[in-house]
Design a protein around this ligand. Structure first.
Ligand SMILES: *Cc1c(COP(=O)(O)O)cnc(C)c1O
Ligand SMILES: [Zn+2]
Length: 456
């Protein structure tokens, strides 16, 4: 099956199109771009996707990204001809995107939703420990299409880990990574160093590093793999495809996930817009994006300043005024959930488009609630990093507010692995004041004392 594809400005009143092989992060008018498709997307593909689960050593059937290649076919491949597509598609040998939703009884109780009605999909089970691998498979595929030899990204840590790993796995590709000095969790920094990327520690936070990358891309033409890259978002759509595949294409009432640079918000919305257009689904899930109190841009703009997509006719003054205020007051993002410690999300406009399409909501949660939620996920024998726990914290808050009903179905996306930020976890448990702290007990090597504690 073949598909036509191109890049197009997200704003309908501009709508300028670009060739799929062009390397650019924005339209000439300055707005973001979408990857667009024209082709046949019969519902019978659902059967094809299931059959590929029995992958018979084909890594592109095994990959949870490329299993859905008909729905992300910007490389113009013949999806049935492995001899041709295997040279074009980039994969960590089929390892990315092997995730599915799980039931978690204690988490269900904690947030107040019926156990059978709530799932968490652990994208931390990806090869580099975060959902970013879904998007890197497609971003690197496009990088290969345009002949790039080097990629660059700004990162709170997981984008860089993933980019570094994919670059390492390619034969002729380097990765340069800009991180805020002291702003990324140890596990993530360790990965970027270990995979061999060139790591630049910028004196500033993520927003500063992101601004540098945007300037760099204009100057040097280096290939950017931040979620500003619309090809990366194509891969991130597959998180929704896997979820739907697992739920037999029954759309849940709610999808809940954290919002940082708002790539997932954009990608998830686009996935559903396309499936809706193809006639695969009739119901739209409502999306709940959860941000941290210390990085509240989307919540402030959407809930308080009335920012709306408005069919692409966005009131830019609302955004400009907000950011000038932020700059004037010298406000910086601050949260323990470092992966969402972002004040100027690049995908803001695509995110409000998603909110419009899905009648979405934005929840804002405190670090305290995030850390308690993280502890609760682990009390269920699973685990995640702080930013991912915003999903659970946000669900709890929305249930309490009566926005999510106790009988509604919810799929939460858990974005990163428990071992990414062990400092945050250990700090939490060493402080007995925390609600679910499991503080270690110090004891002398005295068998009587130890026996007493064992039997306690
Ligand atoms: C990147 C990241 C996020 C933020 O996702 P966006 O798509 O940028 O909104 C959230 N959680 C984790 C663990 C991440 O790595
Ligand atoms: Zn445009």
């Amino acid at each position: 099956m073949k598909t036509e594809s191109w890049q197009q400005c997200i704003v309908p009143s501009c709508g300028k199109k670009y060739n799929i092989n062009e390397q650019r992060t924005r339209c000439e008018c300055g707005e973001l771009l979408d990857v667009r498709y024209k082709g046949d997307f019969p519902k019978s593909l659902q059967q094809t996707f299931s059959e590929r689960l029995n992958h018979k050593q084909n890594i592109f059937d095994e990959s949870g990204v490329w299993r859905y290649r008909e729905l992300i076919n910007f490389a113009g491949i013949d999806t049935e001809d492995s001899s041709s597509y295997s040279r074009k598609l980039v994969s960590l040998d089929g390892a990315e995107g092997k995730t599915k939703p799980f039931h978690l009884t204690r988490v269900a109780e904690y947030v107040g939703v019926k156990t059978g009605n709530i799932w968490l999909q652990f994208e931390g089970d990806n090869p580099t420990g975060s959902f970013k691998d879904n998007g890197m498979a497609t971003a690197f595929t496009h990088a290969r299409m345009v002949g790039a030899k080097k990629v660059v990204c700004a990162s709170t840590g997981n984008t860089s880990s993933s980019a570094a790993a994919f670059a390492a796995n390619e034969l002729d590709m380097g990765a340069v990574i800009l991180v805020g000095a002291g702003k990324i969790a140890k596990g993530k920094l360790a990965q970027s160093l270990a995979y061999g990327a060139k790591v630049l520690q910028v004196n500033g936070d993520f927003d500063v590093a992101m601004a540098m990358v945007q300037a760099l891309s204009k100057k040097s033409g280096i290939y950017v793999v931040n979620s500003l890259n619309s090809f990366r978002l194509e891969g991130q759509k597959t998180m929704m495809f896997r979820m739907l595949d697992y739920l037999r294409w029954e759309v849940p009432d709610w999808i809940v996930f954290p919002g940082g640079n708002l790539g997932n918000t954009s990608a998830f919305g686009k996935a559903f817009m396309e499936l809706y257009e193809y006639g695969w689904i009739r119901k739209k899930p409502r999306m709940a994006v959860v941000v941290a109190e210390g990085a509240p841009t989307l919540s402030d703009l959407y809930n308080e300043h009335g920012l709306r997509w408005n069919n692409g006719d966005i009131d830019n003054d609302i955004i400009d005024d907000y950011y000038s205020e932020v700059d004037r007051k010298g406000i910086k993002a601050k949260t323990r959930a470092s992966a969402i410690e972002i004040l100027k999300p690049v995908n803001l406009k695509k995110a409000v488009r998603t909110l419009e399409f899905t009648d979405g909501v934005v929840a804002k949660v405190s670090d305290e609630l995030i850390m308690d939620a993280m502890a609760m996920v682990s009390k269920n024998g699973f685990g995640c990093e702080p930013a991912s726990a915003a999903t659970v914290a946000g669900t709890k808050k929305l249930v309490e507010q009566g926005i999510i009903g106790a009988d509604e179905s919810v799929v939460g996306i858990s974005t990163g692995h428990i071992l990414k930020d062990t400092t945050a976890i250990v700090d939490y448990h060493f402080n007995p004041k925390n609600r679910f702290a499991n503080t270690p007990i110090s004891v002398e090597p005295d068998i009587k004392e130890i026996l007493k504690l064992v039997n306690d």
